[in-house]
Structure formats: structure tokens, C-alpha cells
Design a protein around this ligand. Structure first.
Ligand SMILES: [Fe+2]
Length: 263
């Protein structure tokens, strides 16, 4: 049996269970908690890479992420997110964003399994519920957002970490671009689906674009929609990449995460 412990404001939930021993009913409950709370996390999960992959496959087809190095030839779909004490510049993902929104088919879910973390509370991942952000929009803005799309680029505002990696390795990574509707309907609920970290422009053209952008970007990330998740070693988190924005907190220290994205 699994135990679901929702956070305050019902943004995110801790699930108490052993991920190596899940029944079909446990998985069903776990998936509905993921939809409901946007991000779910599990402490004390010392999983091997093959069990980690097997668990991830319960949520869909595993995605390839060519912008980060695969763990090994055997596990190319597990990518390594690492920061060393001596690293300078921003961490990977240090601005609110949706993973890979610059692709035609961005992943529905992202998973991280922590292998090495600094002191608890200094390297949190922050989440922002875009269901709640949508609900609290004025009606005229809801109607406007229903009609528009936005374009995104992998070279968007957040890409400074990519530039750092290019500088280190001297290898240029190809720019990826895509356009998506600004609202997303997931199981009857609307979420704002707009990634400030990769944003280029709204489409089509309309008056007061920059005013809407300014309003939307500050509304989306209001504190009342946020949950800041602390990490401990062997913690696994999975979030719905369509309904949650997320960002890394700036920190100094050693951290190693194994990441899987899922279509
Ligand atoms: Fe991310």
C-alpha cells in the first residue's frame, strides 16, 4: 500500500512506499496523485538504473535527450545532471521553464533521482502549479490566451548554461525551435503552458504583446502557486511537465542527479 501526503496548498505530494514493490492499484493511485498534485516525490529509494528505468516506463515512452550525456551505453535514456562545488555560473535550469518546450513533442513527465546532494534545503527545485495560475486569471485574459500560441527556442533566456557547456567543450549544439498553444487541457483541466525560460514571441501578432507577456510571466510564478522541494540522497521526484513550471535554486556544492524524460 502507498501513502499519499499532500503538501500545503495541495501543490506536490510525498508518496511513502517502496518503488520496487508496487501493485497495479498502487500505480493507479500514484498516477492520479501525479495529475492532481503536479509533482510527487519519494524518499529513500536506492534504485539500480535498471529498476529506475523499469519504473519510468510505467508512465509512457522514454524520451531521448541529446543535449545531455547519457549515463552509459546500456542506459542512454538516463542522463546525468551534475554540478560540482568548483563550477561557476548558473546551474542547469535556473529559471522557471517547461522541459524541452522547444521541441515538437515536449515530454509529458520528467523524473530525477538524486545520487549526491548538498545539505538539505540549499539546492531545492521549485515548482509552480499552472492549473492554479490558470484558475486565477481574469476571464478576459483566459479568453485571449485560448486564441494564441507562443514560439520557443533552445537558445532562449535560460540557455546560458548551454552556452557554458559549449564554451567548455567547444562543440556547438543545434538550435531547436517550436510553437505551441499557450493553454493546455489535461484531463478536463486547463493549465497555462508557457515557458518563460525559452520564450521568444506570441503568435500571431497582436496589440499590447509586451504588456501581456509582462503580466503573464509575473502571474505564472506567484508565490501562492509555488512549492519548493528540498532534496535528500536517494529521493526520486516525477512531475507533470505540462502543468508545472520548475526551476533550480542557485547553490554552491556537489550534486548528482539521474534524469529521465517521458513522452
Ligand atoms: Fe528542467
Amino acid at each position: 500500500m502507498i501513502k499519499v501526503i499532500p503538501n500545503k496548498k495541495n501543490i506536490g505530494a510525498e508518496i511513502v512506499c517502496d518503488l520496487r514493490k508496487l501493485s497495479k492499484q498502487d500505480l493507479t493511485r500514484l498516477k492520479s496523485a501525479l495529475y492532481k498534485y503536479g509533482v510527487i516525490f519519494f524518499k529513500n529509494q536506492n534504485l539500480t538504473s535498471s529498476i529506475y528505468l523499469k519504473f519510468a516506463k510505467n508512465f509512457g515512452k522514454l524520451a531521448n535527450y541529446p543535449r545531455l550525456k547519457g549515463l552509459s551505453k546500456k542506459y542512454p535514456q538516463i542522463t546525468v545532471v551534475q554540478r560540482k562545488k568548483t563550477d561557476k555560473g548558473p546551474s542547469f535550469g535556473e529559471q522557471f521553464h517547461t522541459d524541452s518546450i522547444y521541441t515538437k513533442k515536449p515530454p509529458r513527465f520528467t523524473m530525477l533521482l538524486s545520487k549526491l546532494v548538498p545539505k538539505k534545503g540549499i539546492a531545492n527545485t521549485e515548482f509552480c502549479s499552472q492549473y492554479l495560475a490558470y484558475k486565477q486569471l481574469p476571464l478576459n485574459i483566459k479568453n485571449k490566451l485560448k486564441k494564441i500560441k507562443a514560439s520557443y527556442s533552445s537558445e532562449g533566456p535560460i540557455s546560458i548554461t548551454t552556452k557554458e557547456r559549449v564554451k567548455e567543450k567547444g562543440k556547438k549544439i543545434k538550435e531547436l525551435k517550436s510553437t505551441h498553444k499557450v493553454l493546455k487541457k489535461i484531463n478536463e483541466n486547463y493549465a497555462i503552458y508557457c515557458s518563460p525560460g525559452h520564450f521568444i514571441d506570441f503568435k500571431p501578432n497582436f496589440k499590447n504583446k509586451s504588456k501581456l507577456k509582462k503580466f503573464l510571466f509575473s502571474h505564472q510564478i506567484k508565490k501562492k502557486f509555488q512549492y519548493s522541494m528540498p532534496w535528500e540522497k536517494n529521493q526520486l521526484a516525477i512531475w507533470d511537465n505540462r502543468s508545472m513550471l520548475h526551476q533550480a535554486t542557485p547553490f554552491k556544492g556537489n550534486r548528482l542527479m539521474h534524469r529521465i524524460t517521458i513522452h
